[in-house]
Design a protein. Sequence first.
Length: 337
Amino acid sequence: MAAEQRDFDEFLDKFRKHRDIMTEELHKVIIGQDTVIEQILAAIFTGGHCLLVGVPGLAKTLLVSTVSKILHLSFKRIQFTPDLMPADITGTDILQDDPETGRRSFAFIAGPLFANIILADEINRTPPKTQAALLEAMEERQVSIDGHARKLPDPFLVVATQNPIEHEGTYPLPEAQLDRFLFRLAMGYPSQEAEREVLRGNSKVPEIDALEPVMSDAEVLAMSEWATGVTVSDAVVDYIIELCTATRDDSSLALGAGPRASQALMWAARVLAASQGREDVYPDDVRVLLPAVIGHRVLLGPDAILRGEAIDSVLERVVSAVRPPSVAAASSKSRSR
């Protein structure tokens, strides 16, 4: 047992060091955005998808492509438009001539979804039919074409972007699809200090192609496996359940967080704990992640909208109303994996 504990401690130490190296490499290109960087990396090792919300010009594409570069993962960017069809992203069978036999046969031409990291740019600008094609890929890690299921690469991560200002001519994502995103991350304007650094040091920022991968896809999968070894005490499990239940009972919310939200919160908290070299999830891990994990899974009621309430303020009220367990309880012997 002592040997197993020693091995796991070594895994956690490697996890923390890898995470620190990745963050350092990302900051060679991306100035600021510490929280967004931390949570996108957490999404990768949790196996979840991200909805990235921000106005144009905040380096969303640069961030995602840089992540794929340092992790040595394939990357594709899809510009979602009103005329985009499902086959444009999944691929299709095409009738081709065999130069050797002269016979004609169907050959599958893979679409841009067949990559490790997908940037679905302005996902709400494409019709529901194409959005639905992406839903199967996100949930099942496969696409169905002409009755045949084709597996997508592993790992597979969708980072979808939305412009929070322009809504004309858009197709809002239904709640069922929003629930498939692990995080909803708000990418805000940089601080004055960060923007000054961007302007003064722009010529010194290395090109993405100059960055060297810091790990392989096999190591990414291994780190995801290590994170599952982080334990969650019964007290923290109960805390997560109480927080999600409180959103269902809050009079300001027409839709509360479902069981998938509580699962996502626990999975992401494990990765956050592992990235700090800890074998236990603490209540603070849950509190930090709650807005990003639950904010897009709840809906304000009509009265709350008329009162001008915001989802973030409601979630703050929920967190303050639910008493967290102590760190000692979180580190107790009573744990569920």
